[in-house]
Design a binder for this molecule. Structure first.
Ligand SMILES: [Zn+2]
Length: 309
């Protein structure tokens, strides 16, 4: 079971999905980045002076908080009158009313934090303010999309089609003021690809898939780290300064190449090609994904022991 915590009892910031007597059906999902921790989100939405809320928040640890019932309009899109004509999303112009009336909003916890290093210098660390979700946060957000789709279908009989048309970022609604929400690294391509898979299943079947993915979330993170590092080295191969060092680093993977079924020439390029191929197989969710993951974890472990990661 995926857990979700109801946090809405003390949240006053919402209204009805009604304007001039017309009732609106939730039909668009909007992703946001919170620019604060999930704890600060909890407090902010309870504060009447904030005049802000969201239906859901997803923490970097994968926790899901719900603040506003789907039947109500959360105050998330922070709209001013000139935003609608400037909106990038066609649906927003087409609807022509405050998007809060027909949107369901998901905040994702993302923030930066500063601390002093040993030399007294301030070091600012980015915890996803740029839209880089943690692995578990990504999967929980995918589950939440499916949950919303299935609830809207149950309550209103309306099917929200997943994809770029009805699944927006805040920047598409308000490009002027919210250009960095949910952040330049928000994983849109991955999200849409995953939601295309979610579209083919009911909530129960999809939840089972998510449980499985979450249990392997650390493995996926490691496989991704290995593939990203190899790609980074490959990008440096042609560089006059860094090329030779990148080549010799990639060649450190030569001893494990037989274990990952590579029979080609042992060059940096050849090794990088095989690892990129494994990563593509893993991401494609094909029948060979599990095997590709197993092999990438061999690469990862070898990179850790040799200091490449
Ligand atoms: Zn936003």
């Amino acid at each position: 079971m995926i857990d979700m915590k109801w946090m809405g009892d003390k949240v006053p910031n919402f209204g009805p999905r009604v304007r001039y007597g017309k009732k609106y059906t939730p039909s668009v999902i909007v992703c946001h980045i919170s620019a604060g921790t999930i704890g600060s989100m909890d407090n902010w939405f309870r504060n009447p002076a904030a005049e802000a809320s969201s239906h859901f928040g997803v923490g970097r640890d994968g926790s899901i908080h719900q603040y506003v019932r789907l039947e109500n309009a959360a105050w998330t899109q922070g709209l001013t009158a000139d935003a609608i004509p400037n909106a990038r999303a066609p649906i927003v112009k087409q609807m022509g009313v405050n998007p809060n009336l027909y949107c369901v909003s998901i905040e994702h916890e993302g923030y930066v934090e500063g601390h002093m290093d040993e030399n007294g210098q301030v070091v600012v660390e980015n915890f996803g303010l740029d839209g880089n979700l943690t692995e578990i946060q990504f999967w929980k957000s995918c589950w939440l999309h499916k949950y919303i789709q299935s609830e809207v279908e149950r309550i209103w009989g309306h099917h929200i089609q997943f994809g770029p048309q009805y699944d927006l970022g805040h920047f598409q609604i308000d490009p002027k003021r919210k250009s960095s929400c949910p952040g330049k690294n928000f994983p849109w391509a991955r999200l849409y690809a995953e939601l295309a898979i979610a579209e083919t299943m009911d909530l129960a079947a999809y939840e089972e898939r998510i449980e499985y993915r979450i249990s392997g979330a650390a493995d996926f993170t490691h496989a991704y780290a290995a593939a990203a590092r190899v790609q980074d080295l490959e990008n440096k191969l042609g560089d006059n300064t860094w090329g030779p060092a990148a080549e010799s680093k990639l060649l450190q993977l030569a001893p494990i190449m037989p274990q990952i079924n590579y029979q080609g020439v042992l060059t940096g390029k050849g090794i990088a090609f095989r690892i990129a191929e494994l990563y593509q197989t893993l991401s494609a969710n094909s029948p060979y994904s599990a095997e590709a993951l197993r092999k990438l974890l061999i690469v990862y472990n070898h990179m850790i022991t040799t200091g490449l990661l």
